[in-house]
Ligand binder design. Structure first.
Ligand code: HEC
Length: 93
């Protein structure tokens, strides 16, 4: 029984640790822009780090991603795009 508890504590600790490192890997994790970015931009691939591209590159990439989403019939409304764009501009390379 004691062994079970130890394993449980270990697993829960591991979950908390990985949870933290995931939120720390992107800037402003609590902001609405970051939350939307996490939700919208992981539907087809992993999350690209905002620092990977410059603001101009992000503008171009967002147009590209918009057309990928259109093709898949995934909604990407203007207000969401603006929120993500602002977020990426603040944290771009
Ligand atoms: C409908 C699916 C889909 C969604 C949703 C999507 N992407 Fe993509 N994304 C792709 C595909 C497909 C590629 C690969 C394009 C290629 O390599 O030609 C890609 C590639 C990328 C790349 C890598 C480009 C490079 O330099 O190699 C970035 C950065 C990116 N997406 C950002 C985003 C962001 C930001 C969002 C959210 C707004 C997003 N994606 C949402 C389909 C999607």
């Amino acid at each position: 029984m004691a062994r079970c508890t130890t394993t449980l504590v270990f697993v829960v600790g591991l979950l908390i640790m990985t949870g933290c490192s995931m939120t720390q890997s992107i800037p402003e994790p609590e902001s609405p822009g970051a939350e939307l970015y996490l939700k919208k931009c992981t539907q087809c691939h992993g999350l690209p780090a905002p620092q990977r591209h410059t603001a101009e590159q992000w503008d171009h990439l967002l147009v590209m991603m918009q057309s990928f989403m259109d093709k898949k019939n995934l909604a990407f409304p203007e207000d969401e795009k603006k929120l993500i764009k602002d977020y990426l501009h603040r944290n771009a390379r």
